[in-house]
Design a binder for this molecule. Sequence first.
Ligand SMILES: Nc1ncnc2c1ncn2[C@@H]1O[C@H](COP(=O)(O)OP(=O)(O)OP(=O)(O)O)[C@@H](O)[C@H]1O
Length: 807
Amino acid sequence: MDYPARSPSASLFQVYLRLRPPPSPLVQLTPQSLYPSLPPPERYLTVEPPLQDGQDNSPTHITIHPPSDSRKRAVEKFAFTKVFQEEATQLDIFKGTGVIPLVEGVLGEARDGLLATLGVTGSGKSHTILGSKSQRGLTQLSLDLVYRSLGQQTLHPNSSLSLVASLTAGDASEAQILPATEFLDGVYGDVIQERSNSRAPTPMTVGHESHPTSQVTGPKSQWAVLSLSPGSSSLGQSREGSKDKTAVQETRMQTVEPTPHEAQDIPSKLPFWNTPQVTRKQARLRFGNNVQDATFVPNLPRRHLPQRPSVLPRFPDITDVSVSTDPHAEYAILVSMYEVYNDRIFDLLSHPRNLKDLRRRPLLFKPTEASPDRKVVAGLRKVVCGSYEEALMVLETGLMERRVAGTGSNSVSSRSHGFFCVEVRKRRRGGMSTAWSGAQLTVVDLAGSERARNAKTAGATLAEAGKINESLMYLGQCLQMQSDGQDSTKPTLVPFRQCKLTELLFSNSFPSSHHAATQTTAHHRNPQKAVMIVTADPLGDFNATSQILRYSALAREVTVPRIPSVSSTILAGTIACSGTHKTDVGGRTSPTAAHTDEAVVEMAFSEIARLSAEVEILGVRLGEEEGRRKEAEEGWQRAEDRAEAMERETREECWEEMERKMGEERRRWLGAWGEEADRNDEHLDRKLDILTKGIQIYEDPEDRVDRVTELEGENEQLRRRLDALEREINSRSPSRSMRKPPPFTTPRKTLSSGEDEVGTTLFKLNAMSLTPKEPKMSPFGKKTPKIRKLTARKWDLMDENELDAYT
Ligand SMILES: Nc1ncnc2c1ncn2[C@@H]1O[C@H](COP(=O)(O)OP(=O)(O)OP(=O)(O)O)[C@@H](O)[C@H]1O
């Protein structure tokens, strides 16, 4: 297999392989240390000798042979940029992988750098990236290199008051920027007691003995545990567990043995703020004045902060390494950290200030107003660190928040993908403007893929593993698409939008459509450089490791060894027998016949071998196809679920919309109905009015009074007349006087009933709420004469003269 000669620009990642040394039985439990009768684990991975024309005579290829108990037989060969064997140290990795060029790119070329680790759980990803109790990881080494190279050019937020404001003004990610002292003060200051409520504890509880995987819980933070409780940490010890002898010796040289008092003082499995009984005094004690190196005093926050971690791993030493910087520039360094947990992004530096704050809010990865062509994690907290030690303290604080748990495969297993970002901002020396430029180095510690059976996970940890495996499967697909596309002339479509992890890793590696459109005018960014370190345990899980290697390797070749199969053995036996039979009658073998038979048998053999090899290869391909089919089916299932959820959502939205529209329609209809009813009422009123006008006896209210007065006058007149008539009758003859005059009361009665009539009419008018109407006008504009109806009795009572006067 040829070494895949790919330029870094052609490949998104340079891929290195690091092999993990076997765990030491003294410090880490293995099946063999528990059951000594068990055979030692079989090593399935072989490193091929370096190629003659290789760059620095380092191996670049490995071969994996399925273990004897495996059904698979195909031998697979993988190519990497470089392979680091078990004895490789952290310094070898730092110098041998492309980490230094990455830092160079960030400081000198304003080119973003990405450093990530990928591997099966427990294969050494975190060890490589974050280091151990005694050795620094690539993160600390890169930070050291950055600060060492910048030297006096680094701006300290405490020395320039306007620095934070200026950085905030020039920030495109809506970040909350604050100086390291303020940040650390908030964490280690007055709130130490409150920190007992930190989110850092993992879903597993300490001391829950019945759980098979609850050996150790707490944050994945070697450095912190060491710094807080040197040597007393079982976490630190377990991390050290599988270290090679040299490393163990180094550890002895570097670490300080704890006093028995110290060892008992604070429970070792939790960070100090997760231990409810910790006090500020204890915290100070942990970080006490145990100074070993005067040059190594971190610039720590003001109040009750620890003066410095008691033992900082300073190994390996990289004083001989530095990268060039721009001498006319000054630099500010911002550190931010987040994790991708269950496909959501959480800030690791936004510490809860009170109990209410404990629920974490996921952040968005999106283009912002100030960064339309590039997606950024919006709303992160960024800490301006003026020195390496401050940056380390911030790193450690963030690591305390990261999700980890003990599993059957790793006692301190990462349950999230951790992102550590070092943003280097640069401006002209002495310039007070906000015109910052720069780039970012992102270090990613991916969670490891794991098999539930091996990891013995359950409940929430199993669910987390599902999410981890899913995101790693998408990452694998992206890597495979990318490596498949290397050979084709067509542009490769990498499906990186499938989950948050791949979006974060890949989306800024490709020009977005917006960027393509504005490329001529926008500030041109150099493409990101990326280094992937794949970790593998040659004695670990064969299936999981081979899967990871298949995804990540730069090239792969499958061969099937010629192993004598049962059929070939039988055939060989038959041939041996037939050979004995091919003798002539005289007992001599015919040389020609024997020769021909031999040739035929040989041909048959080679055919059988070829066919069995083909069968093997087909078997391997079938296995792979089946794996892909399974993945596709899972993807399909997920897509279906998503479609179902979307359908449900759409249906709900439609219902809501329909109900809203119906409500509006009902309101509109009721309004119209009310108006119609009002119109009808009005119409009816008008009709009634007309009717009332038709039936009423029209009289002026003034005339009414006149009429009463008039009637009273008439009444009086009639009474006088009656009196006169009575007198006249009385003065006549007695016979005449015998005639009884009509009763006197009758006209009065009649009159009063006439009055009553008037009153009734008035009452009627009032009841109808009729306003006094204008008198009717004649067509000639004159008042029509009033028609007065007089009662029959009144006519009866009038004499003829009076009657004439009326008519
Ligand atoms: N190169 C190495 N040298 C010494 N010890 C190592 C090395 N690699 C790994 N180890 C040890 O192996 C154990 C598991 O390693 P580590 O936690 O780094 O695995 P991981 O891949 O990050 O696992 P996970 O994905 O579950 O977080 C640790 O105790 C670590 O110290």
